[in-house]
Design a protein around this ligand. Structure first.
Ligand code: GDP
Length: 180
């Protein structure tokens, strides 16, 4: 068994500003809250021990896409839609537009990866901003049912449910692997 066997690519998708980079930084254990742009990475690799078994995740943040020229941007987006072994679709509970984008992304994924049963986790981030909430927990949960994916609410700011999110990704990947 080479290490490749247990390396999985996890792609984070979602509107700009919903907290993808913050979630990835917590995953990677990056201490600096706002690392200078040139220190940011496209992807981070970390081995997690979940239920007594180790799995390595390579988490790919799609933050750069906003800064690329349109052709490249498109290419990168399509690339990300192809290479993920699992997807984390993030919206902000304070931004209804980002919630609608999440549904759009789910539809795109279904179209691109039709035949495959890839794990997808819908994430409502920024739960600490209680008074700015525009999307209820029930709506998030209902959306996940319709789109046949897992659902979790997180707060990157309070580091709430972030570990649970990535452990959940690992468990979803294993469920598919073990049922093959
Ligand atoms: P990205 O564009 O999706 O990668 O989003 P970022 O991770 O860059 O976050 C955008 C802004 O939202 C930054 O100012 C973050 O500090 C802030 N942010 C991210 N997650 C949270 C959260 O859970 N709660 C709060 N209050 N702010 C957050």
């Amino acid at each position: 068994e080479g290490s490749w066997e247990s390396l999985y690519r996890v792609v984070l998708l979602g509107d700009p500003g919903v907290g993808k980079t913050s979630l990835v930084n917590l995953f990677a254990g990056v201490q600096d809250k706002d690392p200078p742009e040139q220190q940011r990475e496209d992807s981070y690799e970390r081995t997690l021990s979940v239920d007594g078994e180790e799995t390595t995740l390579m988490v790919i943040d799609t933050w750069e896409t906003e800064k690329r020229p349109p052709e490249e941007d498109n290419w990168f987006h399509n690339y990300c839609m192809q290479v993920g072994n699992a997807y984390v679709i993030v919206y902000s509970i304070t931004d209804r537009g980002s919630f609608e984008s999440a549904s759009e992304l789910r539809i795109q994924l279904r179209r691109t990866r039709q035949a495959e049963n890839i794990p997808i986790i819908l994430v409502g981030n920024k739960t600490d901003l209680v008074r700015c909430r525009e999307v209820s927990v029930e709506e998030g949960r209902a959306c996940a049912v319709v789109f046949d994916c897992k659902f979790i609410e997180t707060s990157a700011a309070l580091q709430h449910n972030v570990t649970e999110l990535f452990e959940g990704v690992v468990r979803q990947i294993r469920l598919r692997r073990d049922s093959k």
